[in-house]
Design a protein around this ligand. Structure first.
Ligand SMILES: NC(=O)c1ccc[n+]([C@@H]2O[C@H](COP(=O)([O-])OP(=O)(O)OC[C@H]3O[C@@H](n4cnc5c(N)ncnc54)[C@H](OP(=O)(O)O)[C@@H]3O)[C@@H](O)[C@H]2O)c1
Length: 314
């Protein structure tokens, strides 16, 4: 058994409820490995979970925080290989989806652990798979058709940037919304930026008189949904953040709670790791924080413009 320092939510609420506590980490059994965490990736769903917005089951408290990590293997269960094969103590790895990733160490199923590509440092690797899997899932549900033009709402965000990179080999024109300060980031990944806000539909029609074939919504605002429905057939719109309107108006929403999404995202992890290893998928990290500053990191993440991925360094 190892003693680790972990971020926990002892009650539901804002980032101020978070505490760093000592926790026991069990030795790995068969099919498990123990990881010394070098970086814990942070995602908007982390604060959505401990905020109680998704149902605050009191029996789940204290709630562990964090779904993805990168680090080093420190122990391996008997007859156990990691998902990418092999695995030795000292190997650099990443893991997703885990429970309680914001910790200095944790024991997880080996099936969720992959060799870390040398192309990514620990904070980048700890932020690869949730957004990468989400973007890939959007493309599974609404495949991009070669030679067409699409709109991406929130293209400067973490999912948007991953989407742009996964679209790059497909020969499409991607026009994406962002704040002007982030236009260069959108261009860096092959997108054509446009500001969101009043008049968006007109600006998009001016930029693409040929019309749009698909819309990918990574924001979930009414504006993003309304403009998408005005530009494309609803069968060619997919959102990750407007579940309510998708349910009411009959367009696609993807999320880890959707069984086919969960299965696809699990099966697609190795392909994303390979893409990153080839240098074809990078993860812009805006900032890292010490584990003790989890509340500050999650406050920044809960804002609208974190400007890239964030990671906690134990
Ligand atoms: N369903 C799923 O499986 C799933 C998975 C991952 C994420 N999500 C959700 O998807 C959303 C995006 O996640 P993310 O990690 O990509 O977030 P992020 O990195 O914080 O990006 C947010 C994006 O939204 C843009 N934005 C902010 N305010 C806006 C507004 N009022 N109108 C239009 N665009 C606006 C930002 O643009 P600027 O900063 O350039 O202004 C940026 O492009 C979050 O709600 C997250 O919870 C869902």
């Amino acid at each position: 058994m190892t003693i680790a320092r972990a971020v926990l939510a002892p009650m539901y609420g804002g980032p101020e409820v978070l505490e760093v506590r000592e926790v026991e980490v069990a030795d790995p059994g068969a099919g498990e490995v123990t990881i010394e965490v070098r970086a814990a990736g942070l995602n908007p769903v982390d604060f959505k979970l401990f905020s109680g917005a998704r149902g605050g089951d009191p029996d789940a408290l204290p709630l562990p925080v964090g779904l993805e990590v990168a680090g080093v293997l420190t122990a391996i269960g008997p007859d156990t290989e990691i998902a990418s094969g092999g695995g030795e103590v000292g190997d650099e790895i990443l893991a997703f989806r885990v429970s309680g990733g914001c910790s200095s160490a944790l024991t997880v199923p080996a099936a969720d652990v992959f060799a870390k590509p040398a192309t990514l440092d620990f904070p980048e690797a700890a932020n690869l798979l949730l957004v990468g899997g989400t973007a890939a899932d959007m493309l599974r549900i609404v495949p991009a058709r070669e030679g067409t033009t699409m709109v991406i709402h929130g293209t400067s965000g973490a999912v948007g940037v991953s989407l742009l990179q996964q679209l790059a080999p497909l020969g499409v024109r991607a026009i994406g919304t962002a704040s002007e300060a982030n236009f260069d980031e959108v261009r860096r990944f092959g997108g054509e930026p446009v500001t969101y806000g009043d008049g968006l539909e007109g600006r998009l029609r001016d930029l693409a008189p040929e019309g749009f074939d698909a819309a990918y919504d990574c924001v979930g605002t009414d504006e993003a949904v309304d403009v998408s429905l005005a530009l494309v057939d609803r069968s060619r719109l997919v959102t990750i953040a407007a579940a309510g309107r998708a349910g009411e108006e009959g367009f696609e929403v993807v999320g880890a709670a959707r069984p086919d999404s969960a299965a696809f995202r699990d099966s697609n992890r190795a392909a994303l790791v390979d893409l990153a290893a080839r240098g074809e998928l990078v993860v812009p990290v805006a900032r890292t924080f010490p584990l003790d500053e989890a509340a500050a990191a999650l406050t920044l993440l809960a804002g609208e413009h974190p400007g890239g991925k964030l990671a906690l360094i134990p």
